[in-house]
Design a protein around this ligand. Structure first.
Ligand SMILES: Cc1cc2nc3c(=O)[nH]c(=O)nc-3n(C[C@H](O)[C@H](O)[C@H](O)COP(=O)(O)O)c2cc1C
Length: 262
């Protein structure tokens, strides 16, 4: 599948087939994709515990909850608990040396010395700050995005779920204090149509992006928009006419009580 269409096809799938297990190798491909995403200083803070509903101990399954639309967690055959290992930041010097040796950083004579005398001390001075929520989360997000696209490429659906008591989840899963739970990702075979009601609304392009300064909206070329529509990155907008019927059908089929919001 072309990248553009893959990006267009990705949308949050809240309704998954609870009875159809996900093959571990499909999850492995998601993790492999996450692993090669970029990270500042090649530090690689992104980690995950994958919980398979069928085989995980009950206390592990019970440990992962989400306050918003929590039915998704209860039904998903797999939940990936993505977390950030802040202790990885302590190994930053080794990662930078590896990068230099790999030819991915610096060039010419004296590069080793510049790394040891200038770059490493610079990072050493800000290590504690680099462990705080911020730049590493950006990188973890990139890895999770890779994994998400890989899931869709394999016919799986996923939804990210946050906002829960992440500290409690960390303790329940036995993760060290140096770990910060980022987000839960449900994974399974979609119970809803691939369109999932259509592409979800977004704020206007011009409101989001600027060129050469805050006051100047980035000019949006309609020809590019048409091209991306032809390439299926832009698809029919939600809601498709049958969406409400589809939602009612899914609610009944999956035995979801109430409105599904909490
Ligand atoms: C970081 C993150 C956290 C999210 N947390 C929740 C959540 O707690 N509950 C939920 O129902 N959806 C959650 N979502 C899904 C968003 O609501 C969804 O991405 C948004 O509605 C846009 O739809 P789309 O992903 O299909 O484009 C989350 C998405 C992201 C990226």
């Amino acid at each position: 599948m072309e990248l553009r269409e893959a990006i267009g096809n990705r949308r949050s799938m809240r309704f998954l087939l609870p009875y159809k297990p996900v093959e571990p190798e499909k999850i492995q491909r998601m993790l492999e994709a996450a692993r090669i995403a970029s990270h500042w200083g090649n530090v690689q803070t992104l980690r995950a515990v994958v919980v398979f509903r069928d085989t995980a101990p009950k206390e592990v399954v019970d440990a992962i909850v989400a306050p918003v639309a929590g039915f998704q967690i209860r039904q998903a055959p797999v939940v990936i608990v993505w977390y950030l290992e802040t202790a990885a930041v302590d190994e930053q010097s080794d990662r930078l040396r590896e990068l230099l040796r790999a030819g991915a950083l610096g060039f010419g004579e004296g590069k080793e010395e510049a790394l040891e005398r200038q770059l490493l001390p610079f990072f050493a001075g800000i290590l504690d700050r680099l462990k705080l929520p911020g730049i590493s989360e950006v990188d973890c997000g990139q890895g999770i995005a890779h994994a998400t696209l890989m899931a869709f490429e394999q016919g799986l659906g996923t939804c990210l779920l946050g906002g829960g008591n992440t500290e409690k989840i960390r303790q329940n899963l036995g993760l060290p204090e140096s770990c910060r739970i980022l987000i839960l990702q449900t994974v399974g075979y979609p119970a809803e149509s691939p369109e999932a009601g259509g592409q979800r609304p977004r704020l206007p392009f011009e409101k989001l992006f600027q060129m050469n300064g805050y006051q100047n909206p980035f000019p949006r070329d309609p020809a590019v928009v048409d091209e991306l529509r032809r390439d299926k990155m832009f698809q029919a907008p939600a809601p498709l006419p049958y969406r409400e019927d589809e939602l009612n059908y899914l609610k009944n089929a999956l035995g979801i009580k109430g409105h599904g919001l909490i």
